[in-house]
Design a protein around this ligand. Structure first.
Ligand code: HEC
Length: 246
């Protein structure tokens, strides 16, 4: 295939794939700018998670104890800030909502979120949390442009406020498409503050999906110190051995 046919083939592929791709991603995906080294952000995210999400969602693979250790929090801080179900410090973070009830209430059991960021990516989770809008046609009363027809009510609406959808003029034979979302009732936080909140929760879930991040950093530091120490030792030894030969 020469260069020209190759470019034509690429163009044809892009044209054929374009509209289909656009339909798959109706909601905008924003950059989450998660920074796991901003430990205060991850701690705030943990606090929000256990206050606003853990009623429905579990983190099956995480123990409270482990979270405290990794995020540099004391047992007391984790147990007062994060937990209100009377669980033990060594327990896994399991939601108290029975899956069968959840399915009855929402039509779908809330999935475990331990590996959510690995499955969907941090930008997706961040954008999902920002993209809820009021939709009286849905059983939960909410819809979402990033995850259309999700069976999850907006958990952070009191902070974000209420968004409503502005629809593009419907084409014959098609359902109306959401053009953009508008903040129709402000929440407790400004849009900038809410971005930080959504970023913090995403940061916490990113840590949860890669819990060895901090352990690896600590280990990495020791490895570097060891290598530096060993190199110095080698230099001194060499000097000492060569001293007599010169
Ligand atoms: C009232 C119960 C409830 C609360 C509270 C709740 N969720 Fe959900 N969540 C659900 C349900 C039900 C689903 C399944 C949606 C579906 O598949 O249609 C879901 C799905 C999700 C998903 C998508 C999972 C996927 O399919 O990839 C994410 C991410 C998520 N929730 C994050 C959160 C976060 C973060 C919070 C807290 C800020 C939260 N949820 C609070 C019920 C809840």
């Amino acid at each position: 295939m020469n260069k020209r046919t190759f470019v034509c083939a690429l163009l044809a592929l892009a044209l054929a794939g374009g509209p289909a791709l656009a339909q798959e991603a109706p909601g905008t995906i924003y950059d989450a700018h998660v920074n796991l080294h901003d430990i205060a952000s991850v701690q705030r995210g943990g606090r929000i998670f256990f206050n606003y999400c853990a009623g429905c969602h579990s983190l099956n693979y995480m123990r409270y104890e482990r979270i405290a250790h990794d995020l540099g929090l004391s047992e007391k801080q984790v147990m007062t800030d994060f937990d209100f179900n009377g669980v033990k410090f060594g327990d896994h973070a399991i939601s108290s909502m029975p899956a069968a009830d959840a399915e009855k209430w929402f039509g779908k059991a809330p999935p475990d979120l331990s590996l959510e960021v690995r499955a969907r990516g941090e930008n997706w989770v961040f954008s999902y949390l920002k993209s809820f809008y009021l939709d009286p046609t849905r059983p939960v009363g909410w819809n979402n442009t990033v995850f259309p027809n999700a069976s999850m009510p907006n958990p952070l609406w009191s902070l974000q406020g209420v968004q409503t959808a502005v629809f593009a003029p419907a084409k014959a034979g098609h359902d109306p498409q959401v053009e953009k979302l508008e903040l129709s009732r402000p929440g407790l936080e400004s849009p900038e503050q809410f971005d930080r909140t959504a970023r913090d929760v995403t940061a916490f879930l990113t840590y949860v999906a890669e819990p060895n991040t901090y352990e690896r950093d600590r280990l990495g530091l020791w490895v570097i110190l060891y290598l530096v120490g060993f190199s110095l030792l080698a230099v001194f030894l060499k000097r000492d051995y060569w001293k007599d030969i010169h």
